[in-house]
Design a protein around this ligand. Sequence first.
Ligand code: CMP
Length: 837
Amino acid sequence: MHDIVIQVLGVAGLLALVSFLPPLAARFQMPYTVLLAGVGVALGAVIQTFAGPGKDPLHDFLNSLAELDVSSDVLLHVFLPILLFETALAVDVRRLFEDLGPILLMAVVAVFVCTFAVGYAVNLFTPLPLVACLLLGAIVASTDPAAVIGIFRDLGAPRRLTTLVEGESLLNDAAAIALFTLLLEMLTRTSHGGAAAAAVDFLRDFSGGVVTGYVCGRIVCMLVEPVRNQPMAEITLTVALAYLSYVLADHYVGASGVVATVTSALVIGSVGRTRISPATWGAMEHVWQQLGFWANSMIFLLTAILVPRLLADAGWAEVGLVVVVVLAAFAARAVVLFGLLPVLSWAGLAQKVSNSYKSVMLWGGMRGAVSLTLALAVTENFRVPDKLQSFIAVMVTGFVFVTLFVNGTTLRWLIRLLKLDELTPVERAMRNRALALSTDSIRDRVSAVAQTYEVDGAVKDVMIARYEERLKKIDRDSQEEAKLTDEDRVTIGLVILVNREEELYYAHFSEGVVSRAVMEMLAGRSGRLLDAVKSQGRNGYRAFEEPFIAFSPWMRTASWLQRRFGIHSPLARRLSMRFEVLVAVRTVLRELLAFTRDRLARVLGQEVAFELEGMLVGRLGIVEQALAALKLQYPDYAVVLQSRYVGRAALRLEHAEYRAMHAESIISQEVLTDLERDLEQRRRVLERLPKLDVRFDVAELVRRVPLFAELPAERVATIATLLRAQLALPGETIVRKGERGDAMFFIASGAVEVLVPMLAEPVKLGTGDFFGEMALLSRQRRNADVRALGYCQLLVLDEKDFRRLVQKDADLQSHIQAVAEARRQPTQSSPAVPAVS
Ligand code: CMP
């Protein structure tokens, strides 16, 4: 009992110590991990000198640390999953995939090159077996981003560089640990297969880990659904996932647990982002940052404490060997960065990485918590000979400390030397714009606050004058950016607009008006739009297609299924999604227009704002048109979808109302729960897709065709029985030249174009016109292509019904014949349709 109290004292004391370090690191402009390592070693020395008899808390604390039995198992199974999950969660998966080529090269190939370089170099200078030397190589192969990223963040290094370093170290941890496990097994097992078997084992471990992690991540994404809006439960699920994926892969599947944890975190970071309720996401990030901080600090301190004891019996020979390891590891890294990476770019498998980036990546290849933990694991493995244990411990700690204290303290200087901390002219301009935008709005808010609290007019004026002064200064700075062309300004505006657009989709999603699927699609699209704008400016923005405007093959297939076999659900689902996307985009575009007019115009200037507005209006027009067409095509269904949309907003308002009443103690928790249950039920009913009813009132459509409009009602009724309704989608070819004709078509609404071979311009036919009659009359093949210009409601008259109809109605026959005759004249491009008498 007493023991456990002392151990708690040890851990709590360490936590107290750790809490002072981040502010200290900030004060001395030093990477946190470097300070942590330094403090750990110092603490180790203090323990060695002062631990011993004594009953005061300080002695108890030192003694508890000296005896603290934190095995590598605890570090590997308790702290490491947390550390890796946290790092992976923070990675922007989309950016990771953009630079997947160089990242994979650095993460996997570089690990192997480093392992072999260090292994063979050490093998040259020591009598140790090669496998043992390779094991050392694998341990020092995994880079630690914590120190580097901290420096990047301080200096404002380019985003891409951060992604490259983060992505590399995340995946190389996985690769290095998988390789380490394999080598350790080879070393401790008496018999083992050759290199080929080892390679197969490695691949199996790695891919098994990826699959397990992916499946676990996906399952948790599904499990999040029932606990949505319960932050505690949602966050707990992610913590459980970090461990479960690890244990499942490691213990039951027989694959790499680390790879599984990393993969599951990537799944949560990408797919889960939209599953987990938006309010929870921020809280979850904080929890994970906190857990990651504890894990990293503990691993560092607990291993660093052991350093003085480990290095106590290290001599000059060991120092020399550490130098060998350092040289070999960095030479290997240099070969991959400057030798292999250009080859990859040259082969078109990776985007080019500049030399200054490569230099920073080379120098920033520091090692940290993972290497230390693996070294500790070796020292605790009783199958590894004692001598080798201490050798590996000394080498790894020596190496880690060299990278931390030499590279870690000089990296900042290198980044400055290479001018990577400076903003490009466009970035500087963006910074000024952002500053102007915020200063402007804060100035306005200051006066509002002053009014609310009835602050003295003079005080308010002084405050406002200060902001005015700042704005003027920003304006003066902006004058100096004269080199910035109008094109650049438009690009800046577009980047702001695209980012704002994405934010607005998230906002509508968190308000419950836009569904998750739609938000996922639109947010993903914003990312691509941003890239298009960054690379091609306004042309990139213009060329970007509105979602769902062009009909995807899926939509066409769904429409065909509905038409041919009466299968409604695929089309219903597509249509409801399309409708929701269009309404969401329309709403957001309108908000963006107001934003451009009210906010951007003030900082970017009227002219640029005017251009931006023009582009937004263009997009809005396209979306409005598509929405109008959708309503025309499925009028009844559109009404149902609209009411569902409004229904969602209503439910959200209702929910807010109940919560407010509960907060004001008007209703009790029990009543609130009951009301919420009822709301949930209604929400489910609302989300059920209504049956798609696309049956047309043929008689109504027949009346729209002037040819039949004048006929008596009973004639219309008979004709209606012969006609069949058909929808044509924009761009769809309804009649193809050279085909056998088996029907003619009346246009009840919409327009088509006839591509007459002899005419330069296509002939346009609209509501009330007909086509496809010539093949039926002449019994020859179709003489032109007919393509729908927009949505068209057509009435189809099959050949036998056509013959029956014209036999009975001589007027109709002569009318159709007259039109066909006129169309046969090549110069007669658009013959008028004479009325039937
Ligand atoms: P058909 O030959 O059955 O298929 C192609 C159709 O295009 C044809 O019937 C006419 O209905 C239509 N078409 C051909 N030429 C013209 C034209 N010059 N003006 C309008 N429509 C035409």
